[in-house]
Design a protein around this ligand. Structure first.
Ligand code: AMP
Ligand code: ZN
Length: 314
């Protein structure tokens, strides 16, 4: 039993009623032992996969393995739930000094442990520079980083013949972004944020988020109980700082109103999106093919090709 559990006097596990509980999930009104918690997490992912039909017969998955707790847990869970699914992992070495080295080595260690193929792509080979170099030239490094990660995943997914890209985005990640979108009234971007996203372009692979109903707390606990290799480091370029502030705000609401997060998520997916989605999507700009690289683009030239041009100019 963890010190936290002892301090909180959690008592016996609410599921097995035999072992001592090691953690508390207020939203589910349960205290669970390690074994029952692991089953609870895996069952939840299984239900998410089924409910949103995330993995279908014949799918080839490209799993985006960052070396962090979420995608490490995702790989381990998918391998246990669907051992026969065709899967390859891709790690993007962003070249952030003092951060990316550990992420890469943990991703390599886990892939070896799980017996899966891992491709490592260095951002430098795409952009001609690392994220650390880019950050020293530009004040805002986060949006080009996100753009490059999305592009590279899609690019390799196509190259490898993947049908879907699986990422480790969790409930807290998604709600932090949704919060800002709702506050700004950007409902089009909000309704695009879904457990499964599809774009009408042959090279835009469908994306699935099997961990979308699990929190940061649950995924860290899962990865720790299972002793999965992962890097706990946060990006020093500040990628997570704005997101973390939103997460803290939402955590504060959750502590006053347990299950707020799950309600927010369900309302978004089951109520708001079906109502507004068809209306807003009709107004959205169609995807076209980038005149330079042929990848999906909203304009004549895609964001990645424009970024490369900008960097060449200095
Ligand atoms: P983040 O935006 O860092 O919260 O990452 C969300 C998800 O994107 C992770 O769970 C991964 O699936 C994927 N991802 C992020 N960074 C990388 C990376 N360097 N290489 C591969 N996948 C990544
Ligand atoms: Zn392009």
């Amino acid at each position: 039993m963890s010190d936290d559990a002892r301090a909180r006097g959690l008592g016996l596990c609410s599921r097995c009623h035999v072992r001592k509980a090691s953690l508390r999930l207020d939203y589910a009104r349960m205290s669970l032992c390690d074994e029952c918690f692991v089953k609870f997490v895996e069952r939840k992912v299984e239900r998410t996969l089924e409910e949103y039909k995330m993995i279908e017969r014949g799918d080839k998955l490209l799993l985006a393995l960052s070396g962090g707790k979420d995608s490490s847990a995702l790989l381990h869970i998918i391998k246990s739930l669907a051992p026969d699914v065709k899967l390859t992992c891709l790690h993007i070495d962003l070249g952030v000094e003092g951060f990316s080295e550990q992420c890469r080595s943990k991703a390599e260690e886990l892939a070896g442990q799980e017996g899966v193929e891992l491709e490592v792509v260095e951002l430098r080979s795409f952009l001609g520079c690392t994220m650390s170099e880019l950050a020293s030239r530009r004040r805002k490094a986060c949006s080009p980083c996100g753009l490059a990660r999305r592009y590279i995943l899609n690019y390799y997914g196509n190259l490898w013949g993947a049908t879907k890209i699986a990422t480790g985005h969790n409930l807290d990640d998604v709600l932090a972004v949704l919060w800002d979108l709702y506050v700004a009234g950007d409902l089009l971007q909000a309704v695009r944020l879904q457990p499964v996203t599809k774009h009408a372009h042959p090279k835009a692979l469908s994306r699935i988020k099997p961990l979308i109903e699990l929190t940061d707390f649950e995924l860290k606990a899962y990865a720790d109980i299972k002793a999965l290799p992962y890097s706990p480091a946060q990006c020093p370029l500040g990628r997570e700082s704005k997101l973390n502030k939103r997460k803290k705000l939402i955590d504060a609401i959750e502590s006053m109103r347990p299950s707020f997060k799950h309600t927010f998520f369900k309302t978004h997916v089951k109520r708001v999106s079906p109502l507004l989605g068809p209306l807003l999507m009709a107004r959205a700009t169609d995807w076209r093919s980038c005149a330079k690289c042929g990848m999906p683009s909203k304009g004549e030239v895609c964001g990645m090709c424009r970024l490369k041009e900008d960097l060449k100019k200095g």
